[in-house]
Design a protein around this ligand. Sequence first.
Ligand SMILES: C[S@@+](CC[C@H](N)C(=O)[O-])C[C@H]1O[C@@H](n2cnc3c(N)ncnc32)[C@H](O)[C@@H]1O
Length: 314
Amino acid sequence: MNDDQTVFEAKQVAEFSSPGTRLATSLRSSYRRIDDFERSRFDDICQSTLLCGDAEQALQTLPEKSVQTVLTSPPYWSLRDYGVAEQIGRDDSLDAYVCSIVSALEQVKRVLRDDGTVWLNVGDSYTSGNRRFRASDRKNRARAMSVRPPTPEGLKPKDLIGVPWRLALALQDAGWWVRAEVIWSKPNAHPESVRDRPTKAHETIFLLSKSQDYYDIDAVKGPRGRRLRSVWEIPTEPVQRPNGDTDDHPAMMPLSLARRCIAITTQTGSVVLDPYAGSGTTLLAADELNRRWVGIELKRAFVDLIERRLAGAC
Ligand SMILES: C[S@@+](CC[C@H](N)C(=O)[O-])C[C@H]1O[C@@H](n2cnc3c(N)ncnc32)[C@H](O)[C@@H]1O
């Protein structure tokens, strides 16, 4: 990266990181949507692409070494029921959950450039103490898992499971470099009713790389010109929509967080991938920053939601 480019990227990080910033939707570039990719093979990613289907299968249609950065938030273990067959995160066993993501990330490794990086946002949870039911989620009644998985072997009731680090260590064993643990601190986190531990107000985002040397983020400065720190305070951006449940996604990432990650590890024209695209926050941010993007999402209703967001309709 030359000096001008470095300064440009640094400005982007500062500019696009401020919470609540919204960019003009008219800047959106064209894209293609593919619902049946069974027989597709893409030679290059000259156009942004939205694929509806299972991440691990869809990734196999993409050309190798074509993606500069991945920003993704796979379903958290046994937390939300997205109501589709083949969804990950419903596994009864923690090991099966970790294995399914490690396996999908093997395909990600294939499509990632050698100097590419992955921003992986993963949530943690507590063991249930062998309660198999889950109290309904007042904000998202229909979407919380109705049952809890059995307590993983070796853990005790009420233990914090450490899902993000279990996954990171498995990915390290699979050959990934774990380069940073970013703490996404949420100043507007929901209150919790628990009294015997601090209320959880953060999530973990890992920066992984495919090689020891990768896209140079060393010179990138964060807000106020300081070298970027590993604790990022970014409020969640709750969305109020008239249609409520039917037009909503229960786990949307803030756009400002997506912009920051993408601005740090890509440049104009790079390809950004989100294999668990959800409501498409990664894709929107990539589009706004003039990057090409590939989004994969299993649930057709969410792919429709992504299209509405890309069109600026919500
Ligand atoms: C945590 S959400 C992602 C939210 C996203 N970051 C956003 O800002 O909207 C995870 C998404 O993964 C999708 N999903 C679950 N299993 C999948 C699979 N096997 N392949 C592709 N997508 C999957 C779910 O439908 C859900 O929308």
